[in-house]
Write a protein that binds this ligand. Structure first.
Ligand SMILES: Cc1cc2nc3c(=O)[nH]c(=O)nc-3n(C[C@H](O)[C@H](O)[C@H](O)COP(=O)(O)OP(=O)(O)OC[C@H]3O[C@@H](n4cnc5c(N)ncnc54)[C@H](O)[C@@H]3O)c2cc1C
Length: 618
């Protein structure tokens, strides 16, 4: 479908509308030919095109040709969600020498073809495109907000992800401060013995990376240090630091045995109270904490022979691999039982919420392989110790990890499978073993099987690190699960909504070490992209005050969620001013102002009214 018109008067608002089939994703449900017909008569529309894939090069060229030929000076694209291709089309418009903000996007895939069918779909698409046209007619050229940026990044947390991120950022010529609250580098990885999938020791993985970090002249490592205060915006953050208190439940807390405490920096340094860093980007690498089972959950805390997997890993590290029978705390372990999914994949109505009142409904990803690796090691080093494995499902995902399951089966690890609502029951035994486990085993079609054991090990999952103080201070988004929330899991996986704050590793979700490091590398690249030019360009959709209308009542400042984004200088004219680098364009001030003195550039109240009118009229 193609309607066309000759070259237009540049003063007029001439809108080109480009409708995408999305390879059938849209056109299987929306009649795009009819849609183009419906909107081509709308006042101000100069050109309409449909295309199988508007985001393809030929699709983008259609837009560019119309701009270059002077047929249009506003663009509306009707396609998938703007989060996917808004930047693609802005880029195309910019390359055709037109201001990229003279562009509006109508989402007719997620908001229409994926949820409506038949005539309703075409009608709704017509309304949305009509609204976009109405808005586009009132778009004005805008320039991005440009702010100078410090050539410096701060990484919070020096586990594997934090160290990887710090090193990769420094190697791109950017100074880095790496903050770690404990005395050591290496994080929770240091509390493991050998790692899936390579069987390397944690020490061998951590030490070379930590040494490279400490040797790098661009990296300042501050151990025993936490963030106490935060202000500023991308390119220009200010962080005040404080001495971290000793952490009682960390594996590397004094008095706790750990196989390898972590890497102790050669000249451990700590910030004085009141130290301040000026930094361009903040990378969160604060990691996770293991799930703490509730009292009597599978006998935890009520039966001394029940422990968590991280505790068990520490215990076996104390026992050199001698003796046909494994020894733990001086006791012969003739039979050991592992239980999967403790504190992971919890189901409402079956599992009890923890102290935070929420359930961990996710899979913690690393526990199945970690159990199977431990089981294989026990069977290999202590052939007289029998291993019983109680699982709901086994998920040894990732390259080389299924081999642990095969090896465990070959080495006669005995598997039992249970349903979530009939988990194994742990009781004291009066027989030859201290504990017995009863389970309704689905591998034997629901038979109730009882086994006696010396030790039960609970494969606890990962939970979000308790960093509520930082989340509150920096107003960071978190998911229902408490982990920090990225903007988009596929398209912007290491960014949060706060510009200049990035994510690396298990502060975001359960990851194994390779995934944590991959995320860290992505965050490092993103840091370099943000800081490379010495300045940062931000979207211009920020609040703008009309001084003629502003009465200085201060309501806008009161409701603004970002400290410092709106100022009222009582000593000067008493009117509101906006710091465009801090303003997020949320629009709360515009909604609150009784004088109608504030608007968001590119999203004015007038544009909203025009859109509503267009929807009603369509
Ligand atoms: C039982 C178990 C077995 C596992 N086995 C394997 C395995 O075999 N193979 C594998 O690949 N992965 C395994 N994992 C996963 C592995 O532990 C994680 O992938 C890895 O630790 C993630 O690293 P990280 O840097 O994201 O977080 P962490 O290791 O948690 O490091 C975070 C760091 O940030 C610091 N920190 C936290 N808050 C602050 C703050 N406010 N200020 C300053 N510093 C802070 C912490 O002290 C810590 O040093 C296992 C996990 C568990 C629980």
């Amino acid at each position: 479908m193609h309607s066309d018109s000759p070259k237009k008067n540049p003063e007029e608002k001439n809108v080109g509308v480009y409708i995408c089939h999305c390879g059938g994703n849209i056109s299987d449900h929306v009649d795009v030919t009819q849609l183009a017909k419906n909107i081509e008569t709308i006042d101000g529309v100069s050109v309409t095109h449909t295309n199988m894939f508007m985001c393809s090069d030929p699709g983008q060229e259609l837009i560019q040709e119309d701009i270059k030929n002077g047929k249009i000076n506003r663009v509306v694209v009707a396609s998938c969600a703007p989060s996917l291709h808004e930047l693609t089309f802005r880029g195309a418009i910019k390359r055709a020498q037109m201001n990229p903000y003279l562009y509006e996007h109508a989402n007719i895939r997620e908001q229409v073809s994926w949820v409506h069918h038949g005539e309703t779909a075409t009608e709704k698409a017509t309304s949305l495109v009509a609204a976009a046209i109405a808005k586009a007619k009132n778009l004005e050229p805008l320039d991005p907000v440009r702010v100078d940026a410090h050539n410096h990044a701060t990484v919070i947390g020096a586990g594997m992800a934090g160290m990887r991120a710090a090193l990769d950022v420094a190697r791109r010529g950017i100074d880095v401060t790496l903050l770690e609250k404990s005395a050591y580098l290496g994080g929770r990885t240091a509390q493991l013995t050998r790692l899936v999938p390579t069987d390397e020791t944690a020490e061998n993985i951590i030490t070379p990376l930590a040494e490279a970090v400490c040797r790098n002249p661009r990296i300042t490592v501050l151990t025993g240090t936490e963030v106490a205060g935060f202000e500023g915006y991308v390119g220009n953050f200010k962080l005040s630091l404080k001495q971290a208190p000793p952490t009682a439940n960390d594996g590397n807390a004094p008095g706790t045995y750990v196989p390898f405490a972590g890497y102790l920096p050669p000249a451990p340094s700590a910030a004085d109270d009141g130290g301040v860093i000026e930094t361009g980007v903040i990378i969160f690498a604060t990691g996770f904490k293991p799930y703490e089972p509730q009292e009597n959950e599978f006998g935890y805390l009520t039966q001394p022979e029940v422990m968590t997997l991280p505790d068990f890993i520490r215990q076996i590290a104390e026992n050199p691999a001698t003796g046909k029978t494994l020894k733990i705390q001086g006791r012969d372990i003739r039979r050991i039982a592992f239980i999967h999914c403790v504190g992971s994949r919890q189901i409402p109505g079956i599992h009890e919420p923890g102290p935070g009142a929420n359930l961990n409904e996710y899979c913690s990803r690393t526990c199945c392989s970690a159990i199977l690796r431990a089981a294989v090691e026990i069977r290999r080093n202590h052939p007289d110790t029998h291993v019983l494995d109680y699982y709901r499902d086994i998920r040894t995902y990732g390259r080389g990890q299924e081999a642990y399951y095969d090896r465990a089966a070959e080495q006669n690890v005995l598997f039992f499978r249970f349903e979530p609502d009939t988990p194994p029951v742990i009781e004291r035994s009066s027989g030859k073993y201290p504990l017995k486990i009863r389970v309704k085993d689905t591998l034997t079609f629901g038979e109730e099987l009882t086994a006696e054991v010396d030790l039960v090990v609970l494969a606890v999952g990962m939970e979000a690190q308790p960093i509520g103080d930082l989340v509150e201070m920096m107003k960071l988004p978190t998911g229902m699960d408490g982990f920090l929330q990225e903007v988009h899991p596929k398209l912007r996986p290491v960014e949060v909504a706060n510009n200049g704050v990035l994510l690396a590793g298990t502060c975001q979700a359960p990851f194994d070490v390779s995934e944590a490091c991959a995320a860290a590398q992505a965050a490092a690249v993103k840091t370099a992209t943000l800081l490379a030019k010495g300045y940062v360009e931000l979207d211009p959709y920020v609040a703008e005050v009309d001084p003629e209308r502003c009465s200085g009542n201060g309501l806008c400042q009161k409701v603004c969620p970002v400290t410092g984004a709106i100022q009222i200088d009582r000593a000067a004219d008493g009117r509101a001013t906006v710091n465009p680098a801090l303003c997020t364009g949320c629009g709360i001030c515009a909604a609150e102002c009784p004088d109608h003195a504030i608007d968001i550039k590119g999203w004015t109240l007038q544009q909203y009214e025009d859109m509503v009118d267009a929807i009603i009229a369509a």
